[in-house]
Design a protein around this ligand. Structure first.
Ligand SMILES: *Cc1c(COP(=O)(O)O)cnc(C)c1O
Length: 368
């Protein structure tokens, strides 16, 4: 048995003909930058999220950076986010010139602990970036309540959560803006990089459209300093094919997560906790184990791939030494970084494969 963490080729097999057709017809259209494919994806995703604007950009990182810039966040500002996420959530705050302020996580959902946000708010705080980590949304009612009280911008980092819901509302529909990534391994992934911002704010949408295109509205007339950060037309063509299957793929992930929950319930693993008001899309199926590193090795020796998300919480990264955090400051994030890992989960994973993974975990526990 050899089970990958994610099998992108197994997915490709199911949509091969449509992908080939989309790629070839885009090449033959002769239009490669901001053409009809990008426009279609922008409209479809905005509609899917129930917001007015979708703006395709080069990747999820740029989606965050351009959004921060569009809201005028920069030098002297503080932005609150989670320490337990992919680096880009904080990197972009720093790249915009602002300072990331980390708030510890809820030990069950791994999302930012909303009860601890207010104690970190200062006069300099301008925004909150809630990260819907692993495919489950943050408690957004609380986030919006805090934001309203303190007059803060909310930018959802929904890079791992396209299609997830909170109290019936889609990820991306609640904050002032939200960012998606189409990195190949995301639930909606291209065959290369891609990203999108969604927002109801007309002015912000217009500014992001300018920022992604060298700060211009009309070619060769530059209003502001911008970037070259457009969603590629070929990637958009691929994503337009894949987008049709997103709900089905997310549903299959959730079904398989339920199967794991059942198969692993008698082990000593801590299993994912999904809040009852959330529709979790299981970007990753994360479990915790006391002997994580030994278990990972045992699984690897038995042909089961795993992944550690994330081995070092952001407040303890070398690059952020100057922020002055030390070990013990954000204990839940630190604890999670030492014990959590992902086991294989993707829509094409078979029941037989899942049983094998569970059996190997049980075998490991019996040996100990
Ligand atoms: C993937 C990811 C990003 C960055 O997206 P890219 O497309 O890789 O630039 C940002 N935040 C989170 C939480 C992510 O998972």
């Amino acid at each position: 048995m050899n089970i990958q963490l994610l099998d992108l080729l197994a997915q490709y097999e199911t949509i091969k003909d449509e992908i080939k057709e989309a790629v070839i017809s885009t090449i033959e259209s002769g239009h490669y930058i901001l053409g009809s494919q990008v426009k279609k994806l922008e409209e479809d995703i905005a509609k899917y999220c129930g917001v007015k604007h979708g703006i395709g950009v080069a990747n999820g990182t740029d989606a965050l950076l351009l959004t921060l810039k569009a809201f005028g966040i920069g030098e002297g500002d503080e932005v609150i986010t989670s320490p337990f996420t992919f680096f880009a959530s904080a990197e972009t705050i720093s790249q915009a010139g602002a300072k990331p302020v980390f708030v510890d996580i809820d030990p069950d959902t791994y999302c930012i602990d909303v009860d601890r946000i207010e104690e970190k708010i200062t006069e300099r705080t301008k925004a909150i970036i809630p990260v819907h980590i692993f495919g489950q949304m943050v408690d957004m009612d609380r986030i919006m309540e805090i934001a309203k009280k303190h007059n803060l911008i909310v930018i959802e980092d929904a890079c791992q959560a396209i299609g997830a819901e909170y109290k019936g509302k889609k990820a991306g529909s609640i904050g002032h803006a939200a960012c998606f990534s189409f990195f190949p391994t995301k639930n909606l992934g291209g065959y290369g990089d891609g990203g999108m911002v969604v927002t109801n704010d007309d002015a912000v949408a217009e500014r992001i459209r300018m920022l992604r295109f060298h700060g211009s509205k009309v070619k060769y007339y530059h209003e502001i300093l911008g970037y070259n950060s457009r969603l590629d037309e070929l990637q958009a063509a691929i994503l337009n094919v894949k987008f049709k299957y997103l709900d089905e793929w997310n549903r299959k992930r959730a079904e398989k997560a339920e199967i794991y929950n059942e198969l692993l319930k008698d082990t000593s693993c801590k299993l994912p906790v999904a809040r009852d008001y959330n529709k979790h899309i299981y970007h990753l199926y994360i479990i915790q184990h006391e002997k994580r590193d030994e278990l990972i090795k045992y699984l690897k020796d038995n042909g089961v791939a795993t992944g550690i998300y994330y081995p070092v919480p952001l407040h303890l990264q070398n690059v952020y030494k100057d922020l002055g955090y030390k070990e013990g400051d954000l204990p839940n994030a630190e604890y999670a970084s030492k014990r959590t890992f992902a086991i294989p989960l993707y829509p094409e994973l078979t029941l037989e494969q899942q049983k094998y993974v569970a059996e190997k975990i049980k075998e490991f526990e019996n040996l100990k």
